[in-house]
Write a protein that binds this ligand. Structure first.
Ligand code: IPM
Ligand code: MG
Length: 359
């Protein structure tokens, strides 16, 4: 059975890290007889430059015809003044929404070799292994009405709508409860129920569902406290579940606990576990084209893709082990470099993982 993977490199450092992920996947493909067929498509700024829209129809069609999508990053200052519907980010939001990729899994795992690269003390982060489950196709990112309007007094006003329906809350909560069941059984739901009605309902729905998962211990935390606890004592968490915007913010914070945002992969899944896999970091236009980008988040995203959408868990384990072994060898891109390590560039890191995977 062949497996179809669509690679969308995107903008900024996207193409550089996508090449490295492909190198690693090519080795996995051969070593584990995965029979993966690759195709490529445009999204974001590069799509806008080529065909005038950030999400071309062809990309969406190819995405729908694939078993999984591996995506780099989009965006950059070049397109910052585009109208909102022509911004690169809109292409990403549209593809997430049109493919109904509501379940975003963002694991933050500290590789022990990187304990010194974290901005937090090693004892605070050593052994860290948390999973942020972020709702990805609803909330304030998509709520209508939205816009910038002119008031009667001539002043302009920007507005967005934060809303979640019960069914949207329920389906992301199921993803989180099930993930917690497979892990330590601890689930913390993050909201702002002391202020926002949308999250009062969020909390209510989670509480209502909890008896269905007697093996999961559900707790609730306000998002401001969660942000503080993440940098104070992150190991108190196992699985966190939250809405789109809070998840965006908390996952960047969690990424830094692991040494670098360049280490954090993600999976965005639909109800059938078909998904798009992408590093949590952005397109880093300031370092694009310089060989400084860390390709590990994208390589680890490819591993998640093998595990969740392509039913190849051994290959996923092998890629993760290969990443760990290059870290053991002391190889580091600039973002995770500390005194005494061996500095490598983007392709040096990708190559080393590919070599380790061959062994
Ligand atoms: C992310 C990114 C995106 C988001 C941007 C690029 C639209 O920050 O995946 O976390 O906000 O979801
Ligand atoms: Mg983000």
């Amino acid at each position: 059975m062949s497996r179809k993977v669509l690679v969308i490199a995107g903008d900024g450092i996207g193409p550089e890290i996508a090449v490295e992920a492909r190198k690693v996947l090519d080795v996995a493909n051969e070593r584990f007889n995965l029979d993966i067929e690759f195709d490529e498509a445009l999204l974001g700024g590069s799509a806008y430059d080529t065909v005038g829209v950030p999400l071309p129809d062809e990309t969406l069609e190819k995405a729908k015809a694939s078993d999984a999508i591996l995506f780099g990053a989009i965006g950059g200052p070049k397109w910052d003044n585009n109208e909102r519907h022509l911004r690169p980010e809109q292409g990403l939001l549209d593809i997430r929404s049109k493919l109904e990729l509501f379940g975003n899994l963002r694991p933050a795992i500290l590789y022990p070799q990187l304990a010194d690269a974290s901005s937090l003390k090693p004892e605070v982060v050593s052994g860290l292994d948390i999973l942020i489950v972020r709702e990805l196709t609803g909330g304030i990112y998509f709520g209508e009405p939205r816009g910038i309007r002119t008031l009667e007094n001539g002043e302009r006003e920007g507005y967005n709508t934060y809303k979640y329906s019960e069914s949207e809350i329920e389906r992301i909560a199921r993803v989180a409860f099930e993930a917690a069941q497979k892990r330590s059984g601890k689930l913390c739901s993050v909201d702002k129920a002391n202020v926002l009605e949308a999250t009062v309902l969020w909390r209510e729905v989670l509480d209502r569902m909890a008896p269905e998962y007697p093996d999961v211990e559900l707790s609730h935390m306000y998002v401001d406290n969660a942000a503080m606890q993440l940098v104070r004592a992150p190991k108190q968490f196992d699985v966190l579940v939250t809405g789109n915007m809070f998840g965006d913010i908390l996952s960047d914070a969690a990424a830094m606990l692991t040494g670098s945002i360049g280490m954090l992969p993600s999976a965005s899944l639909d109800k059938n576990n078909r998904g798009m896999y992408e590093p949590c970091h952005g397109s880093a236009p300031d370092i694009a084209g310089q060989g400084k980008a860390n390709p590990l988040a994208m390589i680890l995203s490819a591993a998640m893709m093998l595990r969740y959408s392509l039913n190849a868990p051994e290959a996923a384990d092998a890629i993760e082990a290969a990443v760990s072994s290059v870290l053991d060898q002391g190889l580091r891109t600039p973002d995770i470099f500390t005194e005494g390590d061996t500095l490598v560039n983007t392709s040096g890191m990708g190559e080393a993982v590919a070599v380790a995977l061959k062994q």
